[in-house]
Write a protein that binds this ligand. Structure first.
Ligand SMILES: CCCCCCCC/C=C\C=C\CC(=O)SCCNC(=O)CCNC(=O)[C@H](O)C(C)(C)COP(=O)(O)OP(=O)(O)OC[C@H]1O[C@@H](n2cnc3c(N)ncnc32)[C@H](O)[C@@H]1OP(=O)(O)O
Length: 280
């Protein structure tokens, strides 16, 4: 049914090669020949932390799907326990200035592409989904999650502030009051809590069940003319996308200022240590 890599993810562009990156394939795209629905799988082990390369490859994959007029897209993970651990902290810890700049601009681009894509989008959340992982999930139109995992914007717990477009995405997903509580507490919801608060739409018993449910959700649009569908979606979403488009540089500078603050660097160092110690 789903043929692997029918839509090839392009290798990294030249401007990334200058950082000495190898063009490993962190994203797999497979398309169902019959329905035209694509499954986009993040496969950057161990936790799909979003580094520059994964972000760039995701953006390329989503844009390719747009160009190829795909019928729907399901975003999921190759890991059995993590959807995405959010932004790769190593991109922000003692960063190379040119790379960290590119990193943030690429993340902005990815969000604008995913949030504003014309095709129906579903996150099949088959593992933990904190911070940037939650942002990706919320940017889709529908979320299906497996039990016993967590999801949320936990930035305040890390001593940082979620950028305004993360906040807008959460507010648009669960409403002002619940977003305010969740963001100020840096709350990570369990699957059950996420369902209750409306952060996810359905619970699935397995990844296969999540994909089947996602296919069913997308299938509903077969009878809806695509143009009115897309225009309606963008009427709801384009204001926040345009806000970021207009303030990209300002947002970048705010990010760079925070990242380059010695206090942030110390915080990131301690957090990385705490992640490693959890294992010991
Ligand atoms: C006024 C306007 C100001 C604007 C300023 C903007 C500033 C905003 C800046 C940043 C925004 C950030 C958003 C983010 O996304 S930050 C990332 C937040 N992510 C997390 O907190 C998740 C951390 N990870 C975990 O909780 C767990 O790893 C989990 C995802 C639950 C998976 O657990 P488990 O399966 O047990 O795996 P391990 O913890 O053992 O991890 C395996 C290895 O992966 C490393 N790891 C984990 N997460 C990350 C990460 N996000 N980045 C980099 N590396 C990560 C972990 O250390 C292990 O490494 P190793 O095997 O070497 O020990």
């Amino acid at each position: 049914m789903y043929s692997r890599t029918m839509l090839k993810v392009r290798t990294l562009s030249n401007n990334l090669k200058m950082y000495g990156s190898t063009s490993s394939n962190f994203v797999n795209v497979s398309v169902n020949d019959k329905s035209g629905v694509a499954i986009v799988t993040m496969q950057r082990e161990p936790v799909n932390s979003l580094n520059l390369e994964l972000i760039t490859q995701l953006k390329t994959a989503l844009s390719d799907l747009e160009r190829n007029k795909c019928r729907g897209m399901i975003l999921t993970s190759a890991s059995k326990s993590v959807f995405s651990a959010g932004l790769d902290i190593m991109e922000m810890y003692k960063p190379n200035q040119e790379r960290v700049r590119n990193f943030w601009l690429s993340l902005q681009d990815l969000w604008m592409t995913l949030y504003g894509c014309s095709y129906p989008s579903v996150a099949a959340i088959n593992g933990h989904s904190p911070a940037g992982g939650c942002l990706l999930s919320m940017s889709c139109e529908y979320r299906i999650m497996l039990p016993n995992f967590t999801i949320g914007l936990n930035e305040t717990k890390l001593g940082i502030i979620a950028p305004s477009w993360f906040v807008a995405t959460m507010k648009n997903t669960i409403g002002f009051r619940k977003a305010e509580m969740a963001l100020t507490l840096g709350f990570l919801f369990t699957t059950e809590e996420a369902l209750k608060v409306g952060l996810i739409d359905e619970v699935a018993s397995s990844k296969e069940d999540a994909i089947a449910k996602a296919d069913k959700f997308i299938g509903q649009f077969a009878k809806i003319p695509p143009q009115p569908r897309t225009i309606s979606k963008l009427m709801l979403r384009s204001k926040d996308i345009e806000t970021l488009r207009k303030t990209k540089e300002q947002d970048l500078q705010a990010f760079l200022q925070v990242v380059n603050d010695p206090k942030t660097q110390k915080g990131l160092e301690l957090y990385l240590e705490s992640l490693k110690q959890r294992k010991a």
